[in-house]
Design a protein around this ligand. Structure first.
Ligand code: PMP
Length: 442
């Protein structure tokens, strides 16, 4: 009998008792390859000595000091590190404890910016269907996952949604990427005009969609066109890189690959790599300066923001990634992972798409490859696949659920950046075994 109710009480979980590199071990000594980094978190794997050492050093000095009384060396150095590497004029860092808090803070910052900038009528937010931005009320309100929102709707502030960039399903036959990107940008433009451009505060999107669609990357030119639409109407662009950021795609910030800098970016997960809970919002100088010139400070805050131990762990994580040039490995191993998955599952009739960027890889399952019809929800493929993966000693992140009337079924793979070519081949072998065992070839 467990007294924790994080999960369905019918689900029996083993204990994670040890971690080493890309593997976790349960209380029976069984090893699991962490091929999803939990939920795209553990980018350095487990038990990394440099991170443990940095945490111990910080604890010996000061574990925590409230941010209204003191700053700490760890928080200042981490902010400098991020500011120096963030795209555009994203120069001002605000530390929180996780992804939902980072998104929540981004929404409030966008709102306060317009109040200070003398445009208080701007209070509307637009996001995309098939998106997930967190589970707190504000982040849940803006997200586009109908199933997650349903029960809480009376409590959610109104949000508006446009189509995601989902080439596998929505790019029409014969339609070029340029045309498709323009069509989606036009949809956003029309939505802003419909709501009244003077009322819209921000457009929020995951640079690469994670949990609701499985490593869904935008087509080339999409984010640039979205940026143009936002600029045309004075709307802020907020990118949610909670899952896709911090090197997961092979670039420290995923949007670098698209040549676009947002006004605000939300990061978490890989920032602390699971060694400590930490997230951050990075805002542009324009936003920061406007608020400082106005009421002087951002009216927000959490007890644990800028937590010294979390910042020390995160700084150590980011320095190891840079020192060991792990982003080169992310790009190479990502190519290998997609290539080997496509090969191993080419003959499987239910594997519709293998996609992603870097070590952020999604596999979408369908009933029929030609029609792309979705699998029968009653099959509960995502539940069975996760279970089979664990039986095979593989952690992956399968998702299902009804999203805007479409039952998607996909699995997310997000192996640690330290994975070797042999590790990747082993992941492919265990994953494709699990797929064949779970989804019978018709
Ligand atoms: N945004 C995105 C894109 C996410 O993937 C997640 C977590 N899956 C969140 C926000 C929320 O982050 P957290 O669970 O750390 O609150």
């Amino acid at each position: 009998m467990t007294h924790i109710f994080h999960r369905n009480p019918r689900q029996q979980l083993d204990f994670a008792v040890r971690g080493e590199g890309i593997r976790l071990f349960d209380q029976h000594g069984k090893a699991y390859i962490d091929a999803s980094g939990g939920a795209a978190v553990s980018c350095l794997g487990h038990g990394h000595p440099d991170i443990i050492e940095a945490i111990k050093r910080q604890l010996d000095q000061i574990a925590y000091a409230h941010s209204s009384f003191f700053t700490t060396q760890a928080a200042e150095e981490l902010a400098d590190f991020l500011q120096q590497r963030a795209p555009g004029d994203l120069n001002h860092v605000y530390f929180v404890s996780g992804g939902s808090e980072a998104v929540e803070a981004s929404l409030k910052l966008a709102r306060q910016y317009f109040v200070e900038a003398g445009q208080p009528e701007r209070s509307l937010f637009i996001a995309r269907r098939q998106s997930y931005h967190g589970n707190t009320l504000g982040a849940l309100a803006i997200g586009g996952n109908a199933w997650r929102r349903e029960k809480f709707l009376p409590l959610l502030v109104p949000a508006h949604h446009v189509s995601p960039c989902y080439p596998y399903r929505d790019q029409q036959a014969g339609e070029t990427a340029e045309h498709y990107a323009q069509r989606l940008a036009d949809e956003l433009d029309a939505k802003i005009r419909e709501l009244g451009p003077e009322k819209v505060a921000a457009f929020l999107a995951e640079t690469v969609v994670g949990a609701t669609a499985g490593a869904l990357a935008p087509v080339g030119g999409y984010l640039q066109r979205i940026r143009e639409v936002c600029d045309r109407h004075g709307v802020l662009l907020i990118l949610d890189e909670v899952m896709s950021g911090m090197g997961r795609t092979g670039h420290l910030f995923a949007c670098e690959e698209d040549g676009v800098a947002p006004d605000i970016i939300a990061i978490a997960k890989g920032l602390g790599a699971g060694y400590q809970p930490i997230g951050a919002m990075i805002a542009s100088s324009r936003i920061y300066d406007t608020i400082v010139a106005g009421s002087g400070f951002f009216q927000h805050g959490h007890t644990y923001m800028g937590h010294a131990t979390a910042c020390a762990a995160s700084l150590a994580v980011q320095r190891v990634i840079e020192r060991d040039q792990l982003l080169d490995n992310v790009l190479a191993r990502g190519e290998q992972l997609r290539g080997e998955l496509r090969q191993a599952l080419a003959a499987h009739p239910n594997v519709g798409d293998v996609r992603g960027r870097g070590l952020f890889v999604g596999v979408e399952f369908v009933k029929d490859k030609e029609s792309k019809e979705v699998l029968d929800p009653a099959l509960q493929v995502h539940v069975k696949l996760k279970k089979q993966g664990m039986a095979n000693g593989l952690m992956m992140y399968p998702m299902g659920g009804t999203i805007d009337g479409v039952h998607g079924n996909h699995a997310l793979l997000a192996p640690p950046f330290i994975s070797t070519p042999e590790d990747i081949s082993e992941i492919v072998a265990r994953f494709s075994d699990a797929v064949r065992q779970t989804i019978p070839i018709a």
